[in-house]
Write a protein that binds this ligand. Structure first.
Ligand code: ADP
Length: 219
């Protein structure tokens, strides 16, 4: 089932940025925060923004929270509030519950409550920025498992004009270029004859070890 409606509980830095991006992507977003100023600031920007205490069961019920496809508990600092709001979303039957954790123990508690996904924005951003700092051409990466990732790398000058068969990343480094973003569009599953241009973005899949070798020797 495609998610259409999101309820974001807590419109702090993380919650408000998430809510605004979901709006930008064309979804309906209900924002809930107990802080009047925060809600006023967001009221024009979200589908609905409501001043409410997310630990008040009756209020959540009256907002029809159970009809939302996904509820995101974006309260971090106040762990007690985060846990109480999460319990209520689960009990009231929100289909998918996502919650932000500020520590591993907080995350473990949320997992025990049965949330579908725990996110650690500060920890994950720290890891992401570290990768980007040591690999200047790295734009983004997704960890597929502990050992395997997909990364987006900017094509450096030394690969300008080379075909994928000349780069030969699979045989030389054990990782595959699975897509190339070019100014004129994206090539999914490029062929051996597709050419790279400096500044294109290549999407590379492989083991972390192989990707690192590829980054260090080629990129
Ligand atoms: P961030 O680090 O992303 O800014 P915070 O934990 O500092 O996150 O902010 C969380 C937001 O959640 C604040 O705007 C706060 O007013 C709101 N909040 C905290 N507890 C509740 C609650 N029980 N009900 C509704 N909103 C809450």
């Amino acid at each position: 089932m495609k998610i259409q409606q999101f309820a974001v509980i807590g419109l702090g830095r993380f919650g408000s940025s998430l809510a605004l991006e979901l709006m930008e992507l064309g979804y309906e977003v209900l924002g809930i925060d107990r802080d009047e100023d925060v809600v006023h600031e967001m009221s024009e920007l979200l589908t609905h923004a409501v001043i409410a205490d997310a630990t008040d069961e009756e209020t959540l019920r009256s907002l029809g929270i159970r009809n939302f496809d996904c509820g995101i508990v974006a309260i971090g600092d106040d762990i007690q509030m985060s846990i109480l709001a999460t319990i209520l979303l689960k009990e009231l039957g929100v289909n998918q519950v996502v919650a932000k954790a500020i520590s591993t123990l907080h995350g473990r508690a949320l997992t025990k409550l049965g949330v579908d996904r725990v996110i650690y924005p500060e920890r994950d951003m720290g890891v992401r920025v570290a990768h980007q700092l040591v690999t200047p051409n790295l734009l983004d990466y997704i960890e597929l498992s502990k050992d395997y990732s997909i990364v987006e790398l900017t094509v450096p000058g030394c690969l300008n004009g080379k075909t994928l068969s000349e780069v030969n990343s699979r045989a030389r480094y054990g990782c595959s270029i699975v897509a190339v973003h070019k100014p004129e569009g994206i090539i999914i599953a490029p062929t051996a004859m597709d050419q790279l241009r400096q500044g294109d973005i290549m999407v590379v899949i492989g083991s972390n070890e192989n990707i690192t070798q590829f980054e260090q020797q080629v990129v």
